[in-house]
Write a protein that binds this ligand. Structure first.
Ligand code: FE2
Length: 389
């Protein structure tokens, strides 16, 4: 009997089939498949520092971001800096611009010398940046990618502690309940974001962009997803983390997917616990914001998630309880499907997958005509099948 596929429930004579079998990425690479890491990366970045956006109306942007759970770190007529509660740099940089758009990510270099190494490798220049240093490159998808070092951190702000939970068989363990003679009453109010977690980008040049991030920034792959029936063509999505050696890092700091159009898909922000995710979601619903998908628990990364659209339809995720991997974990491989994005929760919505956006059809036709990208009819059929399965 395959022990992975059968779970023996105590006191139940019948083995129970694991409903998530084939959805988890429990299988590794086949011989000759992508290794998911570079043999000799230029540097190994230490984390995702911030994300840069442009918005025409900073007042409207600030209202949504405050309701979503950010704290304003600084505000000028042209720039809005937003932060989480943990000690860090501002994690969202919003500049006034003609149209709402994601500009690009900024990564944290592990050492000042790494900026010089990147500058030599990319014909870039290291410049002074907000009290530290930074340098700017462009990835194969066309995103400007900033790498920074030495920018003074903002001090931590006080945050609500996780709720004490009466879980486990505390009677048998003799430890007693953690919460006796006290109730549980999480408030419906804006979340307190702890920190930036990850950004997810669509790209028409997935393979080239993937290798660039592995070779240039030293990121490593936690999970690959391939188009069903097209595994021989290589992965179509990758969840990528920082290589911090024996120190565990987020399952993904960056995720990228082959798409008919290069663009921002969402970014995710960590909250303290599931009540914070659910109760702050109720608050956002009461304010009239557009819910995209949730609550649920992802498979790749295991986060408990809830997705929202801002007034410009850009998507933002609240999450808690994500996986962290050290450098020993090799990439998992699984087929891409909408139903395979969560272990539990409602079915992935068209609002989340973006398949309700009529611009997708125009983008697909354009991508098929354009040369120099990785979208062909075969891949497009695979993507359409994945989003409907
Ligand atoms: Fe996410």
């Amino acid at each position: 009997m395959d022990q992975d596929t059968q779970l023996q429930v105590q006191g139940d004579p019948e083995p129970v089939r694991d409903p998530h079998r084939s959805l988890h990425s429990e299988t590794g690479a086949r011989p000759g498949e992508h290794r998911g890491r570079s043999g000799n990366p230029l540097v190994k970045v230490a984390g995702l520092a911030w994300l840069e956006f442009e918005k025409p109306d900073l007042d409207r942007a600030e209202r949504f971001y405050a309701d979503f759970g950010f704290t304003v770190a600084d505000r000028t007529p042209e720039t809005l800096l937003l932060r989480g509660q943990w000690a860090s740099n501002a994690c969202l940089v919003v500049r006034r611009g003609p149209r709402p758009r994601f500009v690009g990510p900024a990564f944290q270099a592990a050492a000042r010398d790494d900026l010089d190494r990147l500058a030599r490798g990319s014909a870039g220049t290291v410049t002074a940046h907000w009290g530290g240093h930074g340098m700017l490159m462009r990835d194969p998808s066309g995103y400007p990618v900033r790498v920074i070092h030495g920018i003074p951190e903002l001090a931590a702000l006080p945050e609500r502690a996780a709720l004490p939970m009466n879980v486990g068989d505390f009677g048998q363990l003799g430890t007693g309940p953690v919460r006796a003679n006290a109730t549980q009453r999480p408030a419906r109010r804006p979340a307190q974001i702890q920190r930036l977690g990850h950004v997810v980008l669509g790209t028409t040049r997935f393979g080239a962009a993937l290798d660039w991030y592995l070779d240039t920034l030293g990121l490593i792959v936690s999970d690959f997803l391939y188009l069903d029936g097209q595994r021989d063509c290589g992965p179509a999505m990758a969840f990528i983390r920082c290589d911090l050696g024996s120190v565990p890092s987020d399952h993904h700091t960056l995720a990228m997917a082959l798409m008919p159009q290069t663009g921002y898909l969402h970014s995710a922000y960590q909250l303290t616990d599931i009540d914070e995710v659910a109760a702050s979601g109720e608050y956002l619903r009461e304010q009239g914001y557009r819910h995209a998908w949730g609550l649920g628990r992802h498979i790749q990364g295991s986060q408990i998630f809830d997705y929202w659209r801002d007034p410009d339809r850009l998507m933002f995720e609240h999450y808690t309880d994500g996986d962290v991997f050290d450098c020993t974990m090799e990439p998992g491989w699984a087929p891409l499907s909408a139903s395979g994005l969560a272990q539990w929760g409602p079915k992935a919505t068209a609002e989340f997958t973006g398949t309700n956006d009529p611009r997708v059809v125009v983008a697909a036709i354009k991508a098929l005509r354009d040369k120099g990208n990785e979208i062909d009819l075969h891949a497009l059929r695979g993507l359409i099948k994945a989003m409907g399965s």
